[in-house]
Design a protein around this ligand. Sequence first.
Ligand SMILES: [Zn+2]
Ligand SMILES: [Zn+2]
Length: 498
Amino acid sequence: CIQRGNIEQCIHFVQNDRSILKQKGWGGFTPLHYAALHGNRSLVDLFLSTGADPNLTCDAGQTAFHFACQGNIYIIHQMMQYGADLRLIDLQGKTSLHHAVTGGSVAVHYLWETGMFRFSDTDMYKVTPLHLAASTGNTEVVRYLLRQRCAVDAVDQQGATALHVAAERGGVEVCWTLLQRTGCRMLHQKNHSGLTPLDLSKQGKALLYYWTLFFPTLSGAAILLIAAMLGGYGGLTCGLLFPWLARSIFTQYHRMTTYQLPNPVYLGTLLAGMFHSLLCFYGKMMPVWPTSALAQVSLVHFSILLGLFCKVLTQDPGELDRADADPRFSCIADLVENNQSPHRFCPYCELFQPDYTKHCKLCEVCIKDYDHHCLFLNRCVGRGNHRLFLLFILSMVTAHLLFIATATSYLYSKMSAGSSGLSSWLTLFGEEFWVVVMMIMNALTLLWEVWLLTEQFEAVATGTTTYFRQCESSARQRSLGQRWVLVLSFLLEGRRRV
Ligand SMILES: [Zn+2]
Ligand SMILES: [Zn+2]
């Protein structure tokens, strides 16, 4: 009732039996803990006025007042009126002031006004309120604490300052605020493991990179496991959770906000698709795989696909270096005298770009015959890997067709003979949601890849790339046959004929 905010029902329960206010549920929480956690002022009022004790502790030794400090100042005030003990600390030695750091600087300031707290108070791991504010990334509280309240160079049990904590979490704004206060000397201070804030930031970066990379695979697996546990409702669970997952992936920025790295979540999505499709193909649809001819053909094809995938991820996309730069220009004056666009000079690489070269801001290099930056490979497609990219997409298309054909025949074999109504289809979807979900995803990706290939072939047939095709509006008129000859010769020889 508290979680739903149902006040009438809560009044009813309390009037029936007041001892309910002392009962502890999950984690040792009393009703007052829950009301404080939800920041529900009316419920806190109700419980306190009917005799709830704000000093009862939960399993972690935290009182309802500790929870109240994480939010609303009115609830903090109410509990103090009803005798909340400000001296109580939880099992980690955290005071109410530590808890108030999460609530914001108004809550912290209110507690400080009581005269019961010192900003130098630490918990049993020597963590100060400033450390906590740095770890939650709350710049406002950090600024508040830095105004002659907290020692900026206080170290915790591991020898870490607040800057170490913020650097590890990638809190750019907090790091900047702390550095403005201390100067750059803090950057070189080592914790007990001998690591500076800079080292920790690199570690945090790598951790975040791999976490984001594997997030789609792991959350996809989690959804499938939840669906498997729910039995007949598995199909419905997948139908709700997979669109949610897709939304949370495809609304992300191309750069991660914390460390400004190119976001690897799209590459992670491609990895997840491959991993789950292969698992479903060999684990679910073909448990007797070595015997069937289709399985052997698929094994050869998937090996080729994975080989191409590794190659396209590692091969140089055609990075422009000094030797390849346009030989006609050696200084800006050459550009001006030849009446060329100033954009021929890349200010990031400081090179003069030949035709069809573009700087990629995500890869931070100039790419010859720039086609596009592929988010799903997290790298550029250009002269060095354009043909390889097209071969990879073609082999993906084949793999999707193979998967969809096998899944269709698998589902067909699972359909009980004679039943073909809507309800039997729904039952089948509920039971075989794994195969159905993977089939839908393969089909959607296939549609997208077919569109991608038509765009690509169109560009190759006009002797350019998809990026520069948009710049050159005067499309050369060629017959359909000629276009196909150009596309095929590009795929076979890798040469572009303009
Ligand atoms: Zn450049
Ligand atoms: Zn790029």
